[in-house]
Design a protein around this ligand. Structure first.
Ligand code: GLA
Length: 333
């Protein structure tokens, strides 16, 4: 996978700033436009891929991308100060917490910075989606539905007895995109005829492998009679946490089917020499998210073209150990 190496790392006011060029922050000789790209979880290849395609847009349209990691609210607000001080005109953001929406917008407004959101939608003080802020996101319910359908298909192919099978659905309901994906997946399983009383939900405290692993462990001990598990979760790391828990509790890979979402975060797992319970992943379009979000911000800043309020990215492909290299290559990943 071609993930660009970052050239400059500057720690400033508690903010991690990763820029493609030092001049993007310290000021360059030319007066090219600077735009931020702030992500909540820079350790996920998903977000690294968005960054790398945002940089491609920057090369194509001639603007500078200031990449920043914003794992919490304080770092997010500091990052906006830093961006304003560097002369940036706006930023794309995947917020660490949707409820920060009003605070982020107030701060951005105070500096006259334009904002485009990506992946996770802002919520207002009443907990309602802030539909006036432009958003680029995946078709969450549909992609979740596909996860459920593919799990059922693979279980049928393996000839599993549904009565001995459970669904482990690791939830993160406070994040709307996660809730919609998992609900979509459960809907597909129900509609396929999977017994709904064998679909067990468990919330994860954090959206990473350790959080999902803890959640999954607590669920597995409650249902010791289940022989086979289907693992549902909002992204690859969530499903990987579930898989690691089944391994820890002695399940063989052939008794487990997990299908993640993100694709790019599943590459190491799918490349392992021996198959695990992680059967595959649905690869949406981090390339499109990264490129389109910042392209629309650039056109807004440069030519005052208003971005669309909502861009829903629907394409998705199932990658498995058999096809992941080709499918990633097709997207230039
Ligand atoms: C959320 C998840 C990420 C990724 C994006 C995609 O932000 O936390 O892992 O799935 O959605 O839109």
């Amino acid at each position: 996978m071609k993930l660009k190496t970052t050239l400059a790392t500057v720690a400033l006011a508690g903010t991690t700033l990763l820029s493609t060029s030092a001049s993007a922050f310290f000021g360059s000789d030319d007066d090219s436009i600077k735009l931020g790209y702030l992500v909540k979880q820079p350790e996920e290849p998903w977000f690294q891929t968005e960054w790398s395609f945002a940089e491609k847009a920057g090369e194509q349209f001639d603007f500078e991308v200031i990449k920043m990691a914003v794992p919490d609210g304080e770092k997010t607000l500091n990052a906006i100060d830093t961006l304003a001080a560097s002369g940036a005109k706006g930023f794309v953001i995947c917020t660490p917490d949707p409820k920060l929406g009003p605070a982020i917008m107030a701060k951005a407004k105070s500096y006259d910075l334009k904002v485009v959101t990506v992946d996770d939608q802002f919520l207002n003080a009443k907990g309602e989606p802030m539909t006036d802020v432009p958003l680029v996101m995946m078709a969450a319910s549909e992609i979740g539905y596909r996860q459920g359908s593919e799990l059922y298909k693979e279980m049928t192919k393996r000839g599993w007895d549904a009565s001995q099978t459970g669904v482990m659905a690791i939830t993160a309901d406070e994040l709307d995109t996660a809730r919609r994906r998992v609900e979509g997946s459960i809907k597909a399983l129900n509609e396929s005829g999977f017994p709904s009383d064998q679909i067990y939900k468990v919330p994860t405290k954090t959206n990473d492998i350790p959080g999902a692993l803890d959640a999954a462990n607590s669920l597995l001990v409650q249902y010791p009679k289940v022989k086979n598990w289907l693992v549902v979760g909002m992204n690859d790391n969530t499903v990987l946490g579930g898989i690691r828990a089944t391994e820890g509790q002695g399940f063989a890979a052939e008794n487990i089917i997990g299908i993640g979402i993100n694709g790019v975060d599943a590459v190491n797992e799918l490349a392992k020499s021996k198959a695990t319970g992680f059967y595959g992943s649905l690869l949406p379009s981090p390339d499109v998210h990264g490129f389109k979000s910042i392209e629309s911000l650039y056109k807004w800043v440069k030519d005052d073209v208003q971005p669309k309020k909502f861009v829903e990215v629907t394409d998705v492909v199932l990658i498995t150990r058999d096809n992941f290299k080709e499918e990633l290559a097709k997207k230039g990943l």
